[in-house]
Design a protein around this ligand. Structure first.
Ligand code: HDE
Length: 699
């Protein structure tokens, strides 16, 4: 065998000359055209061979001397940083915030007073429970974090798509997060709250009940990141020039309206496209359909807050819009996808403590805990105290201080003075009267202690208000969601305890969930410190009634095959696009189909890989032959069965009717003739909610 080894070629040039490039791999270097800058190591040393490591002999060991290989692999080995402990999975975009109405009466913050002014932003959306590589569409709260690069420094509004939170005090955050994450011994389930530990914690923590109502609503299965609302959650303060304070709650309102999926659809989306929300955001921005939100504020004084029948400093409570109306003061537009996911989306470091002069915190104990947590987590996630120098985190206004050195210092600070006061350097930074000032809250006269305020003791009234404010169908979705989640809980006493809590919220809800779980009788309700009051319902909390009937931002799929009627496809596409939809053609083969007019129609997706869950409405235009063939094809039958089950508009021509029949599609206002493009567009602007009782049993 040894004799078969290729002999090492030795010639005069070999000695003392640079290592030569030999063997398999040389040709790869020649493949691409263009003018490429020389490839170098991180130290700038030009690399001659990026295919082969340095070996002692052609079949011999690799040499430790190969600094190019070692540097490349070492860097690769360190490419990952710790993922966020929560909100690990996220997608982000650049954009701007434009103030449309000045709040100069309440605050000095320029970002909120200079009407017409545009402030650059970086916005990251996230799920909470799953890891960075988890799916986009689990039932979960969505993070909605906005970094405003204002003229007065960075302001981070780190919110969620739900206006309340699970817990009242930061002390409980590690507990609630541990309980919802995968269980520590078995490492599942990933990105799901439907398991024992979460519901165990919830059952023993009644303050979670209001948020649980939201989490079980359709808010946690959004159609798109472009169709979620955002909330700052806590009360903040706005401060005027005299230091007078007004409480403020921040709200983001999506221009496309709030839209959700149905649960079965969200589940199937996980199989169809793990990146459904990320892709949707990316495609919308690339297509110039820039996602947009309005910024709304609720403003109220200390005295008004005193009169609320709840404590607004308790983050499990919201201020109903019927009590304090929303005032729209600006708009947020996302118009640029990041150039690099890691550098920007992964390395962005939000921190609720980043606020600007004219804005201040409230004494919400959850917010107070958050003010510590985020800087701390960035230190371990990003490796040191200089992460603010990473481009996505750096302020876009000048910044200067005497902080120096540290891990990964990127600045080359000049001069002798790195302290203050000093007299040696005329341009060294000093504090300014225009700088940040805290609200001078008078101290209350209570004693120090680990205290939960009495005013935080009512855990059920707003949970009841939320449930009772929903439409009948949304209530049914919530009951079904609870049945689903609790059906995954193995421990009977945990299931029973939750149903017990539900009795305090709404007796019919408790009964429906008990029935759905097959409980022989209603478990007892736990003792409640403060019984639920009947607050007036808040219709602003619904989704279904408030969805915007529109095709804007929605996607229509048209299934075609050889022989499909070209004129019908054209008319459907034209009408849907005119109404603002994106249209995608699906065919059994990606190569497309030859239409009735002999023209070749390219496909955007192959049928088996493009299920109807990725569309908001579907049309099938098929010849009689194709219809007959596809009626025997599971992917086509599922296409229509799911579209029907997910309450979507379906247009079909005569050939396609066979597929509809095979898929069990019934007749209603949402099932229209493909020849009637106007009727299709009208139906496609909304979901066919009235169909729902026909397609599934709701708890
Ligand atoms: Fe967070 N949260 N959180 N949180 N949170 C984090 O910071 C924390 C809370 C929210 O896209 C972490 O950088 C504590 C409420 C969002 O990068 C961490 C408490 C709300 C994001 C952290 C809360 C949020 C985070 C993990 C209770 C809605 C993602 C990684 C006291 C108003 C931001 C990181 C992004 C991320 C701590 C409660 C929203 C560990 C201790 C309430 C949107 O610092």
């Amino acid at each position: 065998m040894a004799s078969k080894k290729p002999a090492r070629r030795r010639d005069a040039d070999d000695r003392g000359s640079p290592t030569e490039t030999r063997g398999h791999g040389d040709e790869l270097q020649q493949l691409a055209g263009g003018t490429h800058p020389p490839l170098t190591t991180a130290q700038g040393i030009p690399v001659a061979d990026n295919q082969n490591s340095l070996r002692a002999t052609p079949l011999g060991p690799t040499l430790l001397e190969d600094f190019i290989l070692r540097e490349k692999i070492t860097h690769f080995d360190h490419e990952r940083i710790p993922e966020r402990i929560v909100h690990a999975r996220g997608s982000a975009a650049h954009g701007y915030f434009e103030l449309t109405e000045s709040l100069a009466e309440y605050t000095t913050a320029k970002v909120l007073t200079e009407a017409g002014g545009k402030t650059p932003v970086f916005v990251r959306f996230s799920t909470v429970a799953g890891g960075a590589g988890s799916v986009d569409t689990p039932r979960d709260v969505r993070g909605f974090a906005v970094k405003f690069y204002t003229q007065e420094g960075n302001w981070d509004l780190v919110g969620n798509n739900i206006p309340v939170f699970f817990i009242q005090d930061a002390m409980k955050f590690p507990d609630v997060v541990h309980s919802v994450k995968m269980e520590p011994d078995r490492a599942f389930p990933q990105a799901a709250s439907a398991h024992d530990t979460f519901w165990d914690f919830v059952s023993l923590t009644p303050e979670t009940m209001h948020m649980i109502m939201w989490a079980m609503s359709d808010r946690t299965i959004p159609r798109s990141l472009r169709t979620i609302e955002g909330f700052g959650v806590h009360s903040f303060r706005l401060l005027d020039a005299k230091g007078n304070s007004t409480f403020v709650k921040f709200h983001w309102r999506p221009k496309l309206g709030i839209q959700s999926t149905v649960w079965d659809e969200a589940v199937k989306l996980q199989g169809a496209d793990n990146d459904f929300h990320r892709r949707d955001l990316f495609e919308a921005i690339q297509a110039g359909q820039f996602p947009e939100w309005e910024l709304g504020v609720q403003l109220f004084t200390e005295e008004e807050a005193e009169a609320f029948p709840f404590d607004h400093l308790d983050p499990t409570k919201l201020v109903p819009e019927e009590t304090v109306p929303l005032r729209i003061v600006g708009r947020l537009v996302l118009d640029r996808w990041p150039d690099n996911f890691f550098a920007e989306t992964e390395q962005v470091a939000y921190c609720p403590a980043n606020i600007v002069p004219g804005i201040d915190f409230s004494n919400d104990p959850l917010l107070q805990g958050r003010l510590f947590s985020y800087l701390d987590t960035q230190l371990s996630r990003l490796g040191g105290p200089n992460f603010h120098q990473i481009p996505v985190n750096a302020p876009k206004c000048p910044f200067a201080n005497h902080q120096r050195d540290g891990h990964m210092q990127m600045e080359v600070h000049k001069g002798r003075v790195n302290y203050e006061p000093s007299s040696l350097q005329a341009d060294s930074p000093r504090a300014t009267p225009a700088g940040f000032r805290s609200h001078t809250t008078p101290p209350d006269d209570g004693a120090k202690g680990r205290i939960r305020a009495e005013s935080f003791a009512d855990h059920y009234s707003q949970a009841r208000m939320f449930f009772r404010s929903q439409s009948k169908l949304e209530q049914a979705h919530m009951a079904s969601a609870l049945v689903f989640e609790l059906s995954k809980v193995e421990t009977p006493h945990v299931r029973e305890a939750i149903v017990g809590h539900l009795r305090h919220i709404d007796a019919s809800l408790a009964q429906r969930v008990a029935d759905g779980l097959g409980m022989p009788e209603l478990p007892p309700a736990p003792p409640a410190r403060v019984p639920a009051q009947d607050l007036p319902p808040s219709p602003a909390l619904r989704i279904i009634d408030r969805m915007r009937d529109t095709l804007e931002g929605r996607c229509v799929g048209i299934l075609v095959d050889d022989g499909s009627d070209a004129a019908t496809i054209k008319a459907l596409r034209k009408a849907a696009e005119k109404d603002g939809a994106t249209v995608k053609i699906v065919a059994p083969k990606l190569g497309g189909a030859t239409l009735s007019d002999g023209r070749r129609q390219a496909a955007d997706g192959q049928l088996a890989g493009t299920p109807s869950v990725v569309f908001d409405a579907v049309a099938l235009v098929l010849s009689e032959d194709a219809g007959a063939a596809l009626a025997k094809e599971a992917a086509a039958v599922d296409w229509v069965r799911d579209a029907w089950g997910h309450l979507k508009a379906i247009a079909a021509d005569a050939g396609a009717r066979k597929v509809l029949k095979a898929g069990g599609v019934g007749r209603d206002a949402g099932v229209v003739d493909a020849g009637d493009a106007a009727a299709f567009v009208k139906a496609a602007r909304t979901r066919q909610w009235e169909r729902e009782p026909k397609v599934r049993t709701l708890a």
